[in-house]
Design a protein around this ligand. Sequence first.
Ligand SMILES: Cc1cc2nc3c(=O)[nH]c(=O)nc-3n(C[C@H](O)[C@H](O)[C@H](O)COP(=O)(O)OP(=O)(O)OC[C@H]3O[C@@H](n4cnc5c(N)ncnc54)[C@H](O)[C@@H]3O)c2cc1C
Length: 382
Amino acid sequence: MATTSCDVAIVGAGLGGCFLALMLSRRGQRVVVIEQGPSVPSAGADFLKPPGLQVLARHGLADLAGRHGLRRDVVRYYHDGEPIQECHYPDGFLIRPYRELVELIYTCCAMEGVDFWFDAGVDDITMDEGRVEELALSNGRRLRAGVVIGADGTRSAVRQALDIEPRTMPYDRLLMRVATVPLTASIARLNRLYFSSEGWFAYLYPLSRDQARVFVGLPPEDEEVIFQDGIPALTDELKKFVTESSDAFDWLRSATWQRIKVSTLRLGAYHKGNAALLGSAAFACHPMTGMGMSYTLRDAEILADVICAAGGDGELLDRLLSAHYEPRKHAHGQLIDYGDALVATFPDRDAYLAAFRRDLHVFGEAALPTPGPAELPALQPI
Ligand SMILES: Cc1cc2nc3c(=O)[nH]c(=O)nc-3n(C[C@H](O)[C@H](O)[C@H](O)COP(=O)(O)OP(=O)(O)OC[C@H]3O[C@@H](n4cnc5c(N)ncnc54)[C@H](O)[C@@H]3O)c2cc1C
């Protein structure tokens, strides 16, 4: 089969890959997105916080994203059944199932003429002098690109080809399950996040006008008992610390509980030569921060600027990625540390309240001091 050439090849059609593809194609780059699945990913995050909404707004997408989503502006936190605090979002946040959000950006990409190759996993990546030379795909096609982006999730094939070692830390003291249930009156009223001093949590929130999501976190020794012996035991445990959402309990018996594995991921480098990593291929934090998508959208914005400013010059691309993209490690590292702190402290009310940072929850990295003096080469507008 013939080899195809393009300006930018993006591996992975998740939020990061699709959003970057849109940014680049709007600026005249020929982009091919390669996705191993038959469509954009079906499962993932539900909350888009203010920093992510701001990124979408800068590119005329916030209204579109919000049109069929739910806007909320407060989360109430409980400890051993008692309310301990509320976190208010002055401009609200968006609840929208991941697939819908990614599909929306995918549709915008399709209108811009981005080429998507589905059912096309990466089989092999040929490297030459530290640069990605060619991608061989499971459907037999071959692809060459000036720039290659690994937006291919936590097990990134691009990251492996670049020989960038991941530092992964599973949250093995806190297992998580999620179920989708019919919306109840209490969940419609308020997002409620319950913690217990026994190391459990339960988060109940609306997903749409008729469905709700219930996340449960629990210690591994409890998980073995609760999910082997049946759902009624789960309800009995929840009754001990979930005090204002009992109208959801009946639905939990018949719900399908999906197990979710969560780990942190840190890297020493985000790029090599003409290739860079984006989204969950580059970093992963605990979902309690609710910020993974927001940071990924901002990262994609920066990558688009860098790629366009480099204008096909490989050496300049390498320098601009070092100067503008690698420093993202700092913000990601702080977010990962913050997620760790939330997970480590939630069974202890006072420790959790001391660790909780409303500014980080609401404003994300805008709440953090920027690292060092910005002695960076300016990005040229194109
Ligand atoms: C349980 C959980 C809840 C979360 N909740 C939130 C939240 O509420 N708010 C928030 O902001 N963030 C949340 N996050 C984080 C958020 O999901 C990520 O930041 C975001 O999905 C990153 O997008 P992505 O495009 O990098 O990855 P993904 O959506 O994982 O996309 C990667 C894509 O690459 C494809 N792929 C993988 N390997 C290959 C290959 N070899 N060849 C071709 N394609 C390949 C995959 O099929 C997939 O489609 C949560 C994360 C978890 C784990």
